[in-house]
Design a binder for this molecule. Structure first.
Ligand code: 4AD
Ligand code: MG
Length: 462
């Protein structure tokens, strides 16, 4: 007999037909008429399939009537049109095999609703809830869409290293890489001896694959990385993780304008793929998490993104009546509260450009005014910055000056500087934080609830 997914069963028009499904019980309800209704879910869709199990089944009293939330079952029967409201099909069982029992006393996911905070204590089980299941399907869709978009645009998927000696963002917020036995050798209270280090020099987990991606962009023309990145910033906010996934395209012969256009096409494609492939999940978010999300995304897809320079943004912030926790003046970095304000006045995504060079990393291209760089951040309502990018400094002398000003040791980045010595070209790229994109699409308030196993300060249970 066909083993079919619940998603396929729920939308099937080929009825009646024999099927087998495999999944977990969400609820059981016994009717007086001599049968039980089992709601079964296998994670292939948000909705459950209703199984009607008649009392004639041999294990009815022994097993079926004892089924509780969380038990795993294999059900065979006939898939038929459902007379009940709210579901197209139901499964009339010929057999319900109980594969794994579930102790109702200790199983945390009982009918009672739990807060997202509480669910984080059970990261191994929370994907069985409606919201987390839907988030993870949307996260998958966004990831697949990312690959499809860049493939269609002729970008090569590039694997950049996780362990690296360079600090792309220059913020020093990195996790040091070492080995346990070396630590022992060095003794716990002795300063670290880098000669004994595995790589004979200090290395850490990457904060961004950009610098390495630049080397390949200046050979293959268009590349993108997509992998985990790490930031040892001690920020306990709803939009920061110590380990997050970043997508970073990098393209040769691109300027800031090309980069902005790429980012806009990219986001629109991702949003529209979510709407077209995750209809039921998106309806759920629209109903339960953020009202109006679907219309909001549709209008974002239709309209061109607004552009604003950093200088204009600061002027707007200074002129508004809003009381901010952090004061703004030209030259300060924008905080989440400022970004939220700007997206709310614009009423949609906005691309901020031309930030002061003093608050941006050494690799961004210095503009003719000498004060700003060709940087761009894409801000979206509710979340703030989801993309950070720039045109890169392709002029050898300017790059060397910026590195010296930033206190960077050129000898450690000799390979990066070489790219400007040997056939330099204008080039640009950006990084999208995958989790922030999932937050925006789903409306989920906390970034910890859009990644399977969140890593934040003090939080790495397993
Ligand atoms: O703005 P960021 O730091 O830019 C870079 O790393 C560049 N090297 C990217 C590039 O040009 N190739 O980070 C890019 C994006 C941010 O806009 C944000 O969406 C996300 O990465 N991000 C984080 N997401 C979750 N937790 C954190 N701690 C994050 N830090 C950055
Ligand atoms: Mg940034």
């Amino acid at each position: 007999m066909d083993w079919t997914t619940i998603d396929a069963c729920r939308t099937s028009t080929e009825l009646p037909r024999p099927v087998e499904i495999r999944g977990w019980i969400r609820t059981r309800r016994d009717s007086k008429g001599g049968f039980s209704f089992l709601e079964v879910n296998d994670g292939t869709s948000l909705g459950n399939l209703q199984v009607v199990a008649p009392a004639e089944l041999e294990n009815y009293a022994e097993e079926i009537q004892k089924l509780t939330a969380g038990c795993s079952v294999v059900v065979q029967g006939e898939l038929v049109e459902s007379p009940a409201k709210g579901q197209a099909t139901e499964l009339h069982a010929n057999s319900v095999r109980v594969i794994g029992r579930c102790d109702g006393e200790t199983y945390p996911l009982q009918k009672k609703r739990h807060s997202f905070e509480k669910l984080r204590e059970w990261s191994h089980l929370r994907a069985r809830t409606n919201t987390l299941g839907a988030v993870m399907r949307v996260r998958n869709r966004i990831s697949q869409s990312i690959h499809r978009f860049f493939d269609d645009e002729g970008f090569n998927y590039l694997h950049t290293p996780i362990i690296t000696a360079s600090d792309c963002e220059g913020a020093g917020e990195m996790f040091r890489v070492t080995t346990l036995n070396l630590e022992k050798l060095a003794g716990s209270n002795r300063p670290f001896d880098t000669k004994q280090d595995f790589f004979q020099k200090p290395t850490h987990l990457t904060v961004s694959g950009q610098l390495e991606a630049e080397t390949y962009a200046t050979a293959l023309s268009r590349v993108y990385t997509f992998g985990p990145t790490f930031r040892a910033e001690n920020s306990n906010t709803s939009r920061h993780l110590a380990e997050f996934w970043m997508v970073e395209p990098e393209a040769a012969f691109y300027d800031l304008h090309d980069n902005m256009q790429l980012a806009e096409r990219f986001l629109k494609r991702v949003f529209s793929d979510c709407l077209s492939h995750c209809g039921e999940d998106m309806e759920f978010f629209n109903e339960r998490i953020e009202k109006g999300k679907i219309d909001q995304l549709k209008s974002v897809i239709e309209k061109p993104f607004e552009h604003m320079t950093y200088t204009d943004a600061v002027e707007r912030l200074l002129a508004c009546d809003e009381k901010f926790e952090y004061p703004v003046e030209w030259g300060t970095d924008l905080q989440a509260e400022h970004e939220r304000y700007l997206t709310s006045v614009v009423g949609g995504p906005v691309i901020l450009t031309d930030y002061p060079s003093s608050i941006k990393p050494f690799y961004m291209r210095v503009s003719d005014d000498g004060k700003t760089v060709a940087a761009m951040d894409v801000l979206v309502p509710g979340v703030g910055e989801i993309i950070g990018g720039s045109q890169r400094e392709e002029r050898l002398d300017v790059l060397q000056r910026r590195m010296a000003e930033g206190g960077l040791d050129e000898s450690e980045y000799w390979w990066y500087v070489d790219l400007r010595r040997y056939g330099t070209v204008p080039h640009a790229g950006f990084g999208l934080g995958l989790e922030r994109a999932v937050q925006y699409v789903t409306g989920m308030a906390n970034i910890r609830d859009v990644i399977p196993f969140p890593r934040t300060p003090g939080n790495a249970e397993f």
